[in-house]
Structure formats: C-alpha cells, structure tokens
Design a protein around this ligand. Structure first.
Ligand code: HPA
Length: 233
C-alpha cells in the first residue's frame, strides 16, 4: 500500500520499533515476538508484526540516514496508521565516560542536515522526542536496573565526514552522541501528531576511539530492545 512498504492498512501495529538494519528487524521479531508475520520484504527492508506480552508490535527496518528513515516512517504513519515509532539503533558517543554498550535516550536531536533547514526556510526547528515515550522509557530503564543517559544527540548526514574534529563543537554544547536518523523521525512524528523516541546503544566512542566489533554490535541490543518493547500498549 505504501510505495516502499508492502501490505495494507491493519498489517502494522500502533507501536513500531525501527532499527536501521533490516536483518536486525528480523532478529528482534524472531527473538522477542510470537505469532510473527512478515508484511513487507520490498528491497529486503523487512517489516514484521507480532505479539509481545499480549501487545501487538511491529518492527520495520529504516535503512541508514534521514532520507531513508523519512520514507519508511512517512509510510508507516500515513499509510499504515502507526502511532508510536521507536528508533532502536547505534550511536557514537562524544563523552569519554560513556562506555560501549551504554544506552542513550534521545530527548532532542540536533542536526547538520539541510532537510529541516529547507522545510523551515532557514529557521531553526528543534526536533524533540515524545515526552510520554521518553518518561516511560526512563522509568522502564530504572525498574530494570538499566543505566541510561538522557539528552541531546546529533543526527548527522555523514558517517565519514571531512573534518575529524567537527564532533567536538557539538560535544562542547553537551550533545551526547551521534547517529543518523532521529532528527528526521522526530520532525515527521510531530508533523503528523504521532509519538517518537530514539533509544541508542553506544557502538563507538569518538573521545576514546573505542569501537565495538560487528559481532558485539549485533549482540548488545538486548537492553535497548527490552526498553523499546515495554513501550507497546
Ligand atoms: N557516526 C554516525 N552514526 C553512528 C556512529 C558514528 O560515529 N556510530 C554509530 N552510528
């Protein structure tokens, strides 16, 4: 029904987890959900719907970057009626005390992208997470004894930028970490009066130059998934 997502209205749950990697979407569905159906495999950007503790949840790959997540999130909202979209992904931390595997809840997302700048005619919109989802995610983390940091993150258009020092400008203004999708997701959710949050696992640290292996990155999503799935209702 969407141009990039198969299926029809009703195939997607009100709560959708969005990992960047479609293989991760499959793994989350297989690991945590029961009664799973795959509603879309267009471009191998898989989407699944199943049950988690009696609640219906979908998991949809977003791809990397703000243009990609914008296409999928727009269709989830506009064509499938998604109400809550929770990005689950990785980030590069800016502070030395943030360890690999630590969880960051994005309260707001600054950006070096021009996407919003064009929409808002050069004025400066502040992409913000849903307070309701943020509060509940924080409470779930507290209940489960999962350490989280909450704050501003950077959604960047480049992974391999030209200026290796540029992140320090953001770090000096208390931005915690960089990823590549949240600012667009928060803006889109606000436009359609839906809720969005980004829950991020630290996969690398720009201050200490530590990085998790591909294998570690694939296995450290348990805390993130546990928090995200608890937000379904
Ligand atoms: N940059 C952008 N996105 C990321 C990074 C990074 O260093 N690490 C994980 N996602």
């Amino acid at each position: 029904m969407g141009m990039h997502i198969d299926g029809k209205m009703g195939d997607v749950a009100e709560t959708v987890l969005m990992p960047g990697d479609p293989a991760r979407a499959k793994l989350i569905a297989e690991t945590y959900l029961t009664d799973v159906t795959c509603y879309s495999s267009t471009r191998q950007m898989f989407g699944f719907t199943g049950m988690y503790q009696g609640k219906r949840v979908s998991v949809q790959g977003s791809g990397m970057g703000m243009p990609s997540i914008s296409i999928y999130a727009h269709e989830l909202i506009h064509d499938f009626g998604a109400q809550k979209i929770i990005r689950v992904g990785s980030c590069g931390a800016f502070r030395p005390e943030i360890e690999l595997g630590d969880i960051i809840l994005a309260q707001s997302a600054s950006t070096d992208s021009n996407m919003n700048s064009l929409v808002f005619k050069g004025m400066d919109y502040a992409p913000t997470a849903s307070f309701d989802l943020l509060l509940r995610a924080y409470q779930v983390a507290q209940e489960k004894g999962i350490k989280v940091k909450v704050g501003n993150i950077l959604s960047s258009d480049s992974f391999y930028g030209d200026d290796p020092e540029e992140w320090k400008l953001w770090a000096r203004h208390n931005v915690l970490a960089v990823e590549m999708e949240a600012a667009a997701l928060f803006t889109l959710a606000a436009k359609f009066d839906r809720q969005a949050l980004a829950i991020l696992t630290t996969s690398d640290n720009l201050a200490t130059e530590k990085a998790a292996s591909i294998e570690e990155r694939e296995t450290t999503f348990e805390k993130m998934a546990t928090i995200a799935l608890a937000l379904a209702d």
